[in-house]
Ligand binder design. Structure first.
Ligand code: DAH
Length: 358
């Protein structure tokens, strides 16, 4: 096939190509056309190839220049159309993606759209975090799978210690040299935080540590085998039991209301000395005495105390230089007390009639 090499023939080829380019409606159509226009047997490429047949050098140069210009004109038309089509397609995409905030569900009256909400335990955890953040605490988290060291030994609970009895749990065979288990409380997070603070030289520590815990307990009205705790830890110079009592009382009033108070009663925990149980005014009878609080007017919420020197030694802190307090209590228990939930199992039964109340 012979190709036209004179100015009018080339002009016609460019005009023809430009018309086809302008009428390409989509990027993919344009791509296809570009492939055809640049194929070996496309007229302009044939024209370029036939340049070699022109024997007169001056004429070959002049014709070559014309062919080059024609090809450039076609390429420029392709590029221009490409950028137009890209803009058009982008605009169309944006329109498709736009969120119509005025959209209404037509059948709203007969089939109301139900909005979900956070689970009560999640809401409670967030509310507790808020109270402690307001008091200057940071929020930290630790792993749910722990080693014996973090869950027990560093907390002054050596193998065979009787305190292990109330912390029975699932042991995991992970093929590690250390025993791995599902943590029975959030106290091991204290050890992670203290180790980190010592390694990074960032003492003091003021933190609360919420999270999920596990025990081999049979579920009943006040216990779940998978439950949630929030741990607190303050380690600094000159911290006293008075600071602990003040934080507990401030928290109690802030979270449960000004007519609910706290009291501390002597108790035993291996990782604190002295240790206490903290109780709050019964939220069911407001202190009058009822069945829930065994007529005492008080309900136990958690444990607390001054960090035991053995814990400081386990993480390499000098107990002569630093002191601190810790506390830990159940998040689920808080939800139960604050909302008067008779049976804690309601929290995990997924009965929407219960869940939707919060
Ligand atoms: N870890 C204890 C438990 O689950 C609760 C506890 C008691 C935490 C005393 C503390 C504490 O931080 O000081 O039974």
């Amino acid at each position: 096939m012979s190709a036209p090499l004179d100015a009018s023939g080339l002009g016609a080829l460019v005009a023809q190509a430009s018309a086809a380019i302008a009428s390409s409606a989509t990027l993919s159509a344009l791509d296809e056309l570009a492939t055809t226009l640049r194929a070996k047997d496309a007229p302009l490429l044939l024209a370029r190839r036939s340049l070699g047949e022109i024997t007169d050098e001056a004429e070959r140069k002049a014709t070559g220049a014309r062919v080059g210009e024609a090809m450039e004109a076609v390429n420029a038309a392709l590029a221009a159309r490409r950028s137009d089509l890209e803009a058009i397609e982008r605009r169309a995409q944006l329109e498709r993606d736009a969120l119509d905030l005025t959209e209404v569900v037509v059948d709203q009256v007969r089939v109301p759209v139900r909005r979900g909400s956070l689970h009560l335990v999640t809401q409670t955890r967030a509310a507790l975090e808020d109270v402690f953040v307001g008091m200057g605490f940071e929020v930290a988290e630790g792993p749910e799978v722990e080693t014996d060291w973090y869950n027990f030994e560093a907390l002054n609970i050596p193998p065979g210690h009787p305190a292990r009895d109330m912390y029975d749990t699932m042991y995991l065979d992970l093929g590690l040299p250390e025993t791995a288990l599902l943590r029975t409380h959030t106290s091991p997070t204290q050890i992670h935080l203290l180790e980190k603070a010592v390694a990074e030289g960032t003492l003091p520590v003021h933190a609360v540590m919420p999270g999920r815990c596990y025990r081999l307990d049979t579920p009943d009205a006040r216990h779940l085998p998978v439950f949630h705790q929030i741990e607190g830890l303050v380690v600094d110079k000159g911290i006293t039991f008075g600071d602990l009592a003040g934080v507990i009382e401030t928290f109690t009033a802030a979270y449960f209301g000004p007519d609910i108070h706290s009291r501390l009663r002597p108790a035993y925990f291996p990782f604190t000395e002295p240790s206490a149980e903290f109780e709050i005014t019964c939220t069911i009878c407001r202190g009058e005495g009822c069945r829930t609080c065994s007529r005492t007017g008080w309900i136990e919420l958690g444990g607390c105390g001054m960090v035991d020197p053995a814990v400081f030694e386990a993480v390499g802190i000098d107990p002569a230089e630093y002191s601190g307090f810790a506390f830990g209590f159940g998040i689920d228990r808080c939800a139960q007390m604050r909302h008067g939930i008779a049976d804690m199992r309601a929290l995990i039964e997924n009965d929407l009639r219960f869940a939707r109340q919060f």
